[in-house]
Design a protein around this ligand. Structure first.
Ligand SMILES: [Zn+2]
Length: 234
């Protein structure tokens, strides 16, 4: 049994140098055993990580299979008079566009993905509107809500994309959520009662403001900002 003269680690009898500090082993009492196999493999071997593209392909296949089987069940077995499988397939397609499509790493910019997401959402809701004959609410409520969402969060993306300050990004996002909910209630009120009476969205707006205020104090005080950056690894 040898020990490394430099770092003192216990060495295997087959080691000709210390595996920790690379010091050559030279022990005349017990020479290096060059015939026995070393205790650990010499070649580094790793299982290659699964690429996101392949994972996306597997998930896409699963989703396609799920919607195909739903379609068959809908056609032949369960309530053929209601097109429920279209909702399932549409929902899966929506999730696919939002979540799975970016994994394929197409040469699209974030803004193009966002426009695709909005278009897919509008198409899915349009399909529901078509099946329940609800073009009225689709045009007067659903489309404005989707457009509002796109304008607010698309604008947020344009302003804060590639910005280094996470804190400012957080504040902007919370502000967008607050404004979105305020205008959502306005749209809902106009659709349901044709009269704007703000209620729950005032509460959510107040919550957003009460989150933004302390964040902006932290943002303005350099010492606090550094502390937050250290603690939350920003
Ligand atoms: Zn050593």
């Amino acid at each position: 049994m040898s020990y490394c003269v430099n770092c003192g680690v216990e060495l295997d009898k087959t080691a000709s140098f210390c595996p920790l500090c690379q010091t050559p082993v030279n022990n005349p009492v017990s020479p290096v055993d060059r015939t026995s196999p070393p205790p650990f493999p010499l070649n580094r071997q790793e299982v290659a990580p699964v690429s996101k593209k392949e994972l996306a392909l597997v998930i896409s296949t699963l989703m396609a299979a799920a919607s195909a089987s739903c379609g068959i069940m809908n056609l032949f077995f369960f309530s053929p008079q209601i097109p429920w499988s279209a909702y399932v397939t549409g929902g899966l397609a929506l999730v696919w566009v939002w979540v799975i499509l970016p994994l394929f790493k197409l040469k699209l910019r974030a803004a193009e993905y966002f426009v695709l997401d909005l278009a897919a959402t509008a198409a899915y809701v349009a399909m529901i509107a078509y099946t329940v004959n609800g073009w009225q609410w689709y045009i007067r409520l659903a489309l404005p809500v989707i457009a509002l969402f796109g304008a607010l969060f698309g604008g947020f993306g344009v302003v804060f994309w590639n910005k280094r300050s996470t804190l400012t990004g957080c504040m902007g996002f919370i502000g967008c959520v607050g404004v979105f909910l305020l205008l959502l209630e306005l749209l809902l009120d106009l659709w349901v009662t044709k009269q704007y009476s703000p209620g729950w969205s005032i509460v959510t707006a107040a919550v957003c403001v009460s989150l933004i205020l302390p964040l902006s104090v932290i943002r303005l005080r350099p010492a606090l900002r550094e502390e937050a950056r250290r603690r939350f690894h920003l």
